[in-house]
Design a protein around this ligand. Structure first.
Ligand code: PGA
Ligand code: ZN
Length: 396
């Protein structure tokens, strides 16, 4: 039984306040988790309130309904109570940041009570032994860095890595090689919010740099490294067209453009290639390139079962990005993953651009046998998850 839920403001990686929750149980279980925060947030995401407000409202409305009333191990009940206490569809009353911190902290308290690692508690006894391949953010711009690429993320995808640890080190090596390639070209680069290099180059040059960096590391490690993109196209969609630094593209041209990129660079993964309302465009692109490439909906689906149902009906995308804070609870995230699975969609687990040292998503990705996890390549709040994956792999 949950005996105490404590909420506090802590720092995230951008230096903003975010919500951390501590959940304690009668039998001595303890769980702590923190909410991440997006910058290129989808229009249909659950609502993140200012941390102070989210905490005050959750203390008033949710905490009294949890303490002494709900079992931490009964995740569905914890999450049901959070929804009831909030009373809205989008957690605009207690904040999705308070909700997700409490939901994840309860899961950790339950795992602690059982003496099991979190991935074991979440994944159960019949989990299997598949591990996610980390997608490493190497070069980026968009909403994550000023004066950099239009495409938000250029991601290394070490699909041939024999282990998670090899993949983690390969991504860091590609990140390092990209810095060298940029230096060779006289491009000094700062880092964006997720630790990716944010040089003042255009997308075409970023593709060159990625190809060069990836092939250097491939030679070193001897396994296949592909790469992928998060276009975050909703952020560049204005008045019916996609606005790039040097050109504009109509929705049809955008489908063609991305399809050509997938072919030319043999991309393994393309996220949000079109606007978050363009199911049709997603379907057209999936039809063209879906055989060899994951076409993933982030802002399109926002971890929301109803939006995923629409996508499935229309054949839009073949994979969904899962960010628990986009929907507010672990139960909702699991529902989205289950619906995806049942319909042949891959569920990729992801961090946010604003992160903490919290490692819940590493466990979530292992528990649900996600094919990929997006959690950056370098930087403490990113390596917290990557290093946790290495530990999980060693112990599983
Ligand atoms: P965000 O970016 O966390 O700023 O939304 C990550 C993404 O778009 O995948
Ligand atoms: Zn995205």
């Amino acid at each position: 039984l949950i005996t105490e839920v404590r909420l506090r403001r802590i720092l995230d990686s951008r230096g903003n306040p975010t919500v951390e929750a501590d959940v304690t149980t009668e039998s001595g279980g303890f769980g702590r988790a923190a909410a991440p925060s997006g910058a290129s947030t989808g229009e249909y995401e659950a609502i993140e309130l200012p941390a102070e407000e989210a905490i005050a409202n959750a203390r008033e409305l949710a905490v009294p309904r949890l303490e002494g009333q709900v079992y931490a191990g009964d995740q569905r009940s914890v999450d049901f109570v959070l929804r009831e206490a909030d009373g809205t569809d989008d957690f605009s009353e207690i904040g999705a940041n308070s909700a997700v911190a409490i939901s994840m902290a309860a899961a950790k308290a339950a795992a602690d009570m059982l003496g099991a690692p979190l991935y074991q508690h979440l994944g159960g006894a019949f989990r299997g032994d598949e591990f996610p391949t980390p997608l490493g953010n190497v070069i980026g711009g968009g909403e994550h860095a000023a004066d950099a690429t239009d495409i938000q993320e250029f991601l290394a995808a070490p699909v041939g890595a024999p282990s998670v640890a090899d993949a983690v080190f390969a991504n860091a090596a590609v990140h390092g090689a990209a810095r060298d390639v940029l230096a060779d070209r006289g491009e000094a680069a700062a880092k964006g919010d997720e630790g990716a290099w944010a040089p003042s180059i255009d997308d075409a040059e970023a593709f060159d740099v990625m190809e060069e960096a990836v092939s250097r590391v491939e030679e070193e490690v001897g396994f296949e490294i592909r790469f992928g993109l998060d276009v975050a196209a909703a952020e560049m969609f204005e008045d019916g067209s996609y606005v790039y630094s040097d050109t504009e593209r109509s929705p049809d041209e955008q489908v063609e453009y991305v399809a050509d990129l997938v072919d030319e660079y043999d991309l393994a993964y393309v996220e949000d290639p079109l606007d978050e309302d363009d199911y049709e465009g997603f379907a057209a692109l999936t039809e063209r390139v879906g055989e060899n490439c994951l076409v993933c909906g982030d802002d399109l689906f926002v971890t929301n079962v109803e939006r995923l149902e629409t996508g499935i009906e229309e054949g839009a995308a073949n994979s969904i990005l899962v960010k628990p804070n986009q929907i507010g609870t672990l139960s909702d995230a699991f529902d989205a993953i289950e619906l995806a699975r049942d319909n042949g969609y891959d569920a990729v687990v992801s961090h946010r651009s604003g992160e903490t040292e919290d490692t819940t998503i590493a466990h979530l990705a292992v528990a649900t046998a996600a094919p990929f996890i997006k959690t950056g390549a370098v930087g403490g709040e990113r390596t917290a998850k990557l290093n946790e994956l290495i530990r999980i792999e060693e112990n599983a």
